[in-house]
Design a protein around this ligand. Structure first.
Ligand code: SAH
Length: 224
């Protein structure tokens, strides 16, 4: 999968994509993440990419021209499954969407900033608008990182234990069961006996029971 991220703050994303699972996914060629600096695509003087909103009011708006240049440049080279704009008024991101998007070959993610992007960008170029929650951040970089991370870890071969993503919360409409590691007794706080029993069927049943109970208490709507 190839993800092209368009941003006016590329440095914000560099370190995020160069650590741990996402770094390894790129090294194994399972994912390609290319960050584009919007300022490289403007023809305005002083690399300007934003301007005041017509009609007045506080806050700058990312202009359409550099965004058009960047998206058109990318689209001339390959077909994209979606051109996604991260925005608080978009469709709420969720595990089912992550599963669906993880099958894509190429996507573009546009990060807004300040007041957002010129509305004509959304009308003309964007095929999907995604929010990571009902709150407002200062830029689309963290949301783009959130979405990219959720997709890339689902690509087969990215996680070392292939089944690992399948036992996470929201797959199978259940939250994940609790997990424990060494020591089995820490200050008298002990790990449930069954996990130390070596009895695989019993352990699996315990995990399903715990996951179901946790889901009942924390996300009852998932069981409906
Ligand atoms: N004026 C806009 C908010 C702009 S916030 C409004 O009220 O709807 C600046 C940028 O941050 C947005 O363009 C978007 O790319 C990003 N952003 C902020 N909150 C977000 C969220 N919850 N989900 C996705 N992107 C978000």
């Amino acid at each position: 999968m190839r993800i092209d991220i368009i941003t006016c703050l590329p440095k914000l994303l560099d370190s995020f994509f160069n650590q741990s699972i996402l770094k390894r996914a790129q090294e194994k060629n399972l994912a390609q993440i290319i960050v584009h600096d919007l300022r490289d695509y403007t023809t305005y003087k002083h690399k300007q990419i934003d301007d005041y909103a017509f009609g007045g009011g506080a806050g700058m708006v990312l202009m359409i021209e550099p965004i058009d240049n960047c998206i058109s440049h990318l689209r001339a080279q390959r077909q994209y499954d979606e051109v996604i704009y991260m925005t608080p008024d978009g469709e709420n991101f969720s595990q089912p969407l992550a599963n669906q998007f993880s099958m894509f070959a190429n996507i573009i993610i546009l990060c807004g900033h300040y007041k957002g992007v010129d509305e004509r960008v959304r009308e003309q170029f964007i095929t999907r608008e995604i929010s990571i929650g009902d709150y407002v951040l200062s830029g689309g970089e963290l949301p783009a990182a959130v979405v990219s991370d959720a997709l890339i870890r689902l690509i087969p071969g990215v996680l070392s234990d292939e089944t690992s993503a399948l036992t996470d919360s929201f797959q199978d409409n259940l939250l994940a069961p609790p997990v424990y590691s060494r020591p089995a007794d820490y200050k008298g706080w002990v790990v449930p006996d069954v996990l130390l029993s070596g009895h695989e069927a019993k352990i699996n049943q315990w995990r399903v029971d715990q996951a179901t109970e946790r889901t009942k208490v924390r996300r009852p709507n998932m069981l409906e």
